[in-house]
Design a protein around this ligand. Structure first.
Ligand code: ADP
Ligand code: MG
Length: 399
């Protein structure tokens, strides 16, 4: 199966979505390049066409691309031997070249063993145009490099622009997608077309994109966010840090309770810490009850403060190391309990109908029937005929 971001990588500049002004400048830079010109430093966020527009341009102008990425850049020797050779030779008949140095900011200061300095030294000598790509050129270790370059900004793509690109892909791939789902997908990626295409491919594996697929994906996203807030709360002793923990979380309050309830014992392994933590959780629960009962919405603040700062400060000292936080199993347990209750209720309703009693009263009878079904096969068969129980109900009573 082809990966769509490769399959649909632009082959010419006209296939690059948006970035119109930048593309004009990019082309001009390469066309007018002569030795001694400054290199071009393209920058901007992920997945908006920086790398692929350089390739598209080379393809359209029939240039060869010599590409270096962060891992090649780690040491000065490899750069000198690679770039040094490429930069100097230029035969009359050889294909023209573009030197592309991608993701320079992938180099952290520590890892950089003279790589950036080595590039710096070579920049002015190149007979070929050099294009450097960075996410953030204002990082400290890129300061000297930045000063030697001409800067060109690529911008986040508007969601409308992403939407229209996704529509084209849907058409080519024969994906059935409704407008609403596509729009919310396009909005959710924050201008990153690569992420949008990847999401589209993974959610539409069965030939269609529906709201349901998206909801699943977003719940994955929510889980990440809530885990981040747990890390904030559990791993700090500072109220200032903890208090903002739920700012990004859109889960409802009930779910947050479950998450803390489930993970508190994983992190706070000392008994006094755990006891204080649960005490705060309990007080928060009292406030939550008041919100629900009396619509005292002001209590939300108390709730969130207890759940964040309250829990954070319940510990004597921080627990070192990494804890893997889990989604609550309580929800699953609750759901199973509900399912069980649903069967019980269904049976009780049948009893109630047959015997002219209330469902509530009949619920008690179900427990008695349990005993009969477990011990007396003959009686139980009569009963199930009388009540017109189905197979599953009988199995439930026996089990
Ligand atoms: N502006 C764009 N036009 C068309 N495709 C794009 C654009 N931006 C990203 N893509 C898609 O995402 C993939 C990755 O884009 P890329 O240019 O590598 O992003 P980056 O800006 O991070 O270098 C491309 O192969 C292409 O499929
Ligand atoms: Mg890139």
């Amino acid at each position: 199966m082809a990966i769509w971001i490769n399959k649909y990588a632009p082959k010419t500049l006209s296939e690059v979505q948006g970035q119109t002004t930048a593309l004009g400048k990019l082309k001009e830079f390469v066309e007018k390049y002569k030795r001694g010109n400054k290199p071009l430093l393209i920058y901007g966020p992920q997945g908006i066409g920086k790398t692929s527009s350089a390739h598209a341009l080379a393809n359209e102008m029939n240039y060869e691309i010599i590409e270096l990425n962060a891992s090649d850049l780690r040491n000065a020797n490899s750069i000198n031997s690679f770039l040094g050779a490429a930069i100097n030779q230029r035969s009359l008949f050889a294909k023209k070249k573009i030197i592309l140095i991608d993701e320079v900011d992938g180099l952290s200061g520590k890892e950089d063993r003279g790589g950036v300095a080595a590039i710096n030294a070579l920049l002015e000598k190149s007979v070929y145009p050099i294009i450097i790509v960075a996410n953030d050129p204002y990082k400290k270790n890129l300061a000297s490099l930045r000063k030697k370059c001409e800067l060109l900004e690529y911008r986040n793509l508007a969601y409308t622009s992403i939407l229209s690109y996704l529509k084209k892909i849907c058409q080519k791939e024969k994906i059935k997608a409704d407008e609403e789902s596509l729009t919310s997908l396009a909005r959710s990626v924050g201008g990153d077309l690569r992420a949008a295409i990847n999401d589209l491919q993974s959610f539409s594996y069965n030939g269609k994109l529906t709201k349901k697929d998206l909801e699943l994906a977003y719940s994955r996203d929510h889980t990440e966010k809530i885990i981040n807030s747990l890390v904030r709360i559990f791993k700090t002793l500072s109220a200032d840090v903890a208090i903002t923990a739920f700012d990004e979380v859109e889960e409802d309050l009930d779910k947050i309770f479950f998450w803390i309830d489930e993970n508190l014992p994983r992190e706070y392994t000392k008994v006094p810490d755990l006891a204080k933590g649960f005490a705060n959780l309990a007080i928060a629960d009292v406030f939550k009850g008041r919100i629900k009962r009396w619509q005292y919405y002001r209590f939300y603040v108390y709730c969130y403060n207890l759940l964040s700062v309250g829990i954070a400060l319940s510990k004597e000292e921080k627990y070192p190391g990494f804890t893997s936080y889990k989604p609550t199993t309580r929800i699953l347990r609750m759901w199973m309990a509900n399912q069980k209750n649903a069967k019980k209720k269904a049976i009780a309703q049948k009893i109630a109908a047959r015997t002219h009693t209330s469902t509530k009263k009949a619920m008690e009878d179900v427990i008695l029937m349990n005993q009969i079904f477990k011990k007396n096969k003959k009686e139980s068969e009569k009963l199930s005929d009388f009540l017109e129980l189905d197979k599953e109900e009988v199995a439930w009573l026996r089990g």
